[in-house]
Write a protein that binds this ligand. Structure first.
Ligand code: AMP
Ligand code: ZN
Length: 245
């Protein structure tokens, strides 16, 4: 008897899902949709690291200064926390990785890890489904650099899409609008460029193996979500997901 697709999504193994995309692409929003529909956890390595920093663990102490500089924590330090987290019971049916892998070496390590660890029967040996959210960089830059706020009343503007009536002045009280420190163009473009360089190597790794699915993320949230669900549903019955051992 056929299950309702929602029910099926809850029962069956989903396997590993990896979302790639720059800050502002909607990764967080889409991860939440996946978590809700498939009942698998979202695993953010940034969150795991911040938790370690907060608890003052050995890893946290080692990672703190590196993270503060916005640099990548060495691969060898990442493997331990990722392995520990993925071995937890809630990951057996699958999981969404957010922020990992960030280097080609991490992607290779993840493949080796998934091949030798026993997850749920159907998720075992199942290579991750890798979804890349493609966004127009010019649009992304405009969206992020255009943000302004009023220091007096807190009202938000975007000089490109929602400009004030008078240049750089608040409509309500005429205060001079301000830019958040991390919204400054030189900071944003640096962050985006660094992200692109890193992600490109990870994307290349998966593309070479014909495992990268690119999705146009310059659409409504609902349209992007529907596409992602389609990719995950298709992947689960894919021949790659058979246990080949
Ligand atoms: P995020 O919250 O994903 O932006 O991550 C915050 C910081 O944690 C990054 O700037 C890195 O310093 C570190 N980090 C997160 N994930 C990784 C990873 N996969 N490899 C190396 N460093 C990472
Ligand atoms: Zn104001």
């Amino acid at each position: 008897m056929a299950n309702e697709s929602n029910e099926t999504a809850q029962i069956e193994s989903v396997g590993p899902v990896i979302l790639l995309g720059p800050p502002g692409a909607g990764k967080g929003t889409q991860s939440r949709q996946i978590v809700e529909r498939y009942g698998i956890p979202q695993i953010s390595t940034g969150d795991l690291l911040r938790d370690n920093v907060g608890r003052g663990t050995e890893l946290g102490l080692a990672a703190k200064a590196i993270m503060a500089r916005g640099e990548l924590v060495p691969d060898e330090l990442m493997y331990g926390i990722v392995a520990t987290r993925l071995r937890e019971a809630d990951c057996r049916r699958g999981f969404v990785l957010d922020g990992f892998p960030r280097t080609a070496a991490q992607a290779g390590w993840l493949d080796a890890f998934l091949a030798k660890e026993v997850f749920d029967n159907q998720a075992r040996n199942c290579p991750p489904v890798v979804i890349q959210l493609l966004v127009d960089y010019t649009q992304l830059l405009l969206r992020l650099t255009g943000r302004r706020s009023c220091p007096t009343c807190g009202r938000l503007y975007n000089i490109h899409s929602q400009p004030p009536l008078v240049d750089e002045l608040c409509d309500v009280d005429g205060s001079k609008l301000t830019i958040r420190e991390d919204d400054r163009e030189e900071v944003i473009s640096g962050r985006l460029a660094a992200y692109e360089t890193q992600t490109r190597r990870v994307a290349d790794y998966y593309r070479t193996q014909k495992r990268l699915v690119a999705i146009n993320a310059d659409r409504t949230m609902e349209e992007v979500t529907a596409q992602i669900f389609g990719v995950i549903d298709g992947h689960r019955i894919d021949e790659h997901c058979q246990d080949e051992r």
